[in-house]
Ligand binder design. Structure first.
Ligand code: ZN
Length: 267
């Protein structure tokens, strides 16, 4: 079969455009998979997307991307789903925070692992996937976890997030579990974060200094440090981080050359 010359040209041009696009897509993917020398993972939990979405310009100003862990996905309003779409389109990662925000250890103890996965994890993953947000990561509600549940969940998710707090007099830079060396990220299923809600407020006046110090520590040692908060707003009543404090954190990351990563960036 012989094609007329103009048609053949059109075919070749189309084919080369397609090949070029394919090339750029795979380059993007490999760029996301090559990790920087050190980084900070900022994560935000629950269903504060109508507030989170207002911070897209702030994140963009610092070229920063973060992870949002969402629970009760099946109850989200069209407006909340639209906010998540905007966050995703801005390069942020949407992760799973359970179907009904159940405490994993309690539920597994009472109902067994199989029921926990069937009741809390599988329907949440399905809801998110059907809505166009297939999750690669999961954050434990109330940081309730153990090794056995980690292993079960790592069949579904690439990485998990647990949490820990400071004991009296302890400095954040000495909180060993919140730091993972960059070259051990791929083999560390569950990353541990520490809470940064209320940093810089009267509740935690010196906490912003602690956070910056922890970021310096990660940068110096080639590690990733993990933080979590909830709402991003000036006022409560719920747990929140003030936009001004978030900006101070993002500015500090930029100043010391510490990459802001999301869970989807992790190998
Ligand atoms: Zn939560």
């Amino acid at each position: 079969m012989r094609f007329p010359v103009p048609l053949l040209c059109l075919f070749l041009i189309t084919a080369s455009i397609f090949a070029a696009e394919k090339g750029s897509t795979s380059e993007k993917r490999s760029a996301r998979n090559s990790l920087p020398a050190a980084g900070v993972l900022l994560t935000f939990d629950d269903r504060n997307m109508n507030q989170w979405v207002k911070q897209i310009p702030l994140f963009r100003k610092y070229n920063a991307q973060v992870t949002f862990f969402v629970d009760h996905f099946h109850t989200l309003t069209p407006q909340q789903l639209e906010a998540l779409q905007q966050l995703k389109a801005a390069g942020h990662t949407i992760g799973c925070h359970g179907l009904k925000h159940r405490k994993a250890v309690d539920y597994v103890r009472a109902q067994g692992m199989e029921r926990y996965l069937k009741d809390e994890i599988e329907p949440a993953v399905k809801q998110m996937t059907d809505a166009g947000f297939p999750p690669t990561c999961f954050a434990y509600p109330s940081s309730s976890r153990n090794e056995e549940i980690d292993q079960a969940l790592l069949k579904t998710f690439r990485h998990l997030r647990g949490g820990t707090g400071l004991s009296a007099g302890q400095r954040m830079r000495d909180l060993k579990s919140i730091y993972v060396p960059i070259d051990q990220i791929a083999s560390t299923g569950c990353l541990i974060g520490t809470g940064i809600d209320y940093a810089g407020t009267e509740k935690r006046p010196d906490y912003l200094t602690e956070i910056k110090d922890a970021m310096d520590h990660a940068k110096q040692r080639g590690e990733i440090v993990v933080f979590y908060a909830h709402n991003i707003s000036d006022e409560g009543p719920e747990h929140h981080l003030q936009p001004l404090v978030l900006e101070a954190i993002l500015a500090h990351a930029q100043q010391i050359g510490l990459a802001t990563l999301t869970y989807d960036d992790l190998p």
